[in-house]
Design a binder for this molecule. Structure first.
Ligand code: NAD
Length: 420
């Protein structure tokens, strides 16, 4: 993917809070408190590599807020991971859990690394050392990690095993997104993509747009983007563009999604392999394709004031966290483009993570239908609450979602009081 100037995600997240806090008329002290991170840990990890050398990696675990419950948030492996990025991602988790009203606070973790250039064995060594370093601050009652970019159920299994080994007994509730064999939940793998698809349907209804036949463009084809693509495809939408970190593929008549995802699974990227009717495009070109629905589902800061004037989608549904910067929000709002914001649109993942945690703690097993029904009910209810607030206050959906989430955290803070 082509590199643009690095935007500081924490500044973006703080600006969003300022906008919502002003509308909520929050006490300045409370606003400042909930903007701040509760705890931040930086660790330096020595890892034995396959060639016998020892390499140092830097990792982070941030607990942004625990007022409404234990901290919850994924772990990211990516070369761009840094303290501010993880702090921003942790803050967005706090608002997200509050928007869908599940009893969690927000956290995030990450290790700065390039997982694509590491062997499975090296990734396992790094994961285990990282978890050993942060073990004192995680646990089912205090902070529960989950998958994020370039981490998956196998990484979650190593996390559970390392933490359980330290404790001396199995603790499945320490992490969500685990393999089913280790207490993972049915429906977790597809939860975020399914949630994205569900709220896209709700938003499309308000725009009198049919999903059947809609032209959809998706940036990122991992857990979120790849799953969302399958749901759109099954519902009769035409996925005309999809990408990975190296670039994208485009077919105005609609891509064969199954073939594209097979290619991704086999070769881990698209553009080195030419599929039927595939035109190769950059990630920037992909974002500006003529389409009905755009789903950014890769990383932050992709939609900026530079490309927002050229975005042609009528509806943007944010699968990724923080894909749009505030300056782009303003441009897109003026251009009448509806955005379903990340803290609502991609909340399906943390919602089913919550179901997984509940099942682990209570030693229950829910079936797929039960999980899917509960997920869809929560996503539709949350969408309706944010939509109604945006209509009532005449504001965009991001500000409405932030007002809802931040408002709930502020009220919880008021009720608990400031100790001592
Ligand atoms: P993933 O690792 O499964 O997939 C990431 C995708 O993004 C891949 O296709 C990768 O090639 C692409 N990508 C990576 N770096 C890129 C770059 N610089 N430019 C363009 N594309 C790039 O990750 P995921 O779990 O699908 O997460 C994607 C986004 O969704 C992230 O923002 C994550 O925080 C967010 N999210 C994930 C979940 C979840 O349950 N996995 C939940 C909520 C939000």
């Amino acid at each position: 993917m082509e590199k643009t100037e690095k935007i500081n995600s924490l500044k973006v997240a703080e600006k969003q809070v300022d906008r919502a806090a002003a509308r909520l008329h929050l006490d300045p002290g409370v606003a400042e408190k909930i903007k701040q991170t509760r705890r931040e840990l930086t660790v330096h990890l020595p890892v034995k590599m396959d060639d016998g050398s020892i390499k140092m990696f830097t990792g982070y675990r941030i607990q942004h807020n625990t007022t409404r419950g234990p901290a919850k948030g994924g772990i990211r492996y990516h070369p761009d991971v840094d303290l501010d990025e993880v702090k921003a991602l942790a803050m967005w988790m706090t608002w997200k859990c509050a928007v869908v009203n599940i009893p969690f606070g927000g956290a995030k973790g990450g290790v700065q690394c390039d997982p694509r250039s590491m062997s499975l064995h090296e990734l396992e060594n790094m994961t285990r050392r990282y978890i050993w370093e942060i073990a004192f601050m995680i646990g089912p009652d205090q902070d529960i990690p989950a998958p994020d970019v370039h981490t998956n159920p196998q990484v979650m299994a190593w996390i559970m095993d390392t933490y359980s080994t330290i404790k001396g007994y199995s603790v499945p509730g320490v992490v969500t997104g685990k393999p089913l064999e280790l207490g993972g939940s049915l429906g977790r793998m597809e939860a975020t993509g399914k949630g994205v698809f569900t709220v896209a349907g709700e938003a499309a209804r308000h725009l009198n747009m049919s999903i059947n036949g809609a032209r959809v463009v998706i940036q990122g084809c991992g857990n979120v983007g790849g799953t969302a693509a399958q749901y759109f495809d099954r519902a009769g939408a035409k996925v005309i563009g999809i990408s990975d970190y190296q670039g994208g593929i485009y077919n105005p008549k609609g891509l064969n999604v199954a073939e594209a995802l097979n290619c991704r699974n086999q070769y881990s990227c698209f553009i080195t392999r030419k599929g039927p009717g595939w035109e190769e495009i950059t990630n920037q070109e992909l974002l500006q394709l003529d389409c009905d629905i755009l789903v950014p589902a890769a990383i932050e800061n992709q939609i900026t004031d530079k490309n927002a004037p050229r975005i042609k989608a009528k509806l943007i549904v944010e699968g990724a966290n923080g894909p749009t910067i505030p300056e782009a929000d303003d441009i897109l709002k003026d251009r009448g483009i509806l955005i379903v914001p990340d803290i609502l649109a991609n909340a399906g993942g943390v919602t089913v993570s919550y179901f997984e945690w509940v099942q682990n703690l209570q030693e229950l097993l829910w079936n797929e239908e039960e999980i899917s029904d509960r997920l869809i009910r929560i996503m539709k209810k949350s969408f309706a609450e944010v939509w109604q607030l945006s209509q009532k206050e005449k504001i965009d959906m991001r500000t409405a979602a932030l007002m809802l989430g931040i408002g709930r955290v502020a009220e919880a803070t008021r009720l608990r009081g400031i100790y001592p």
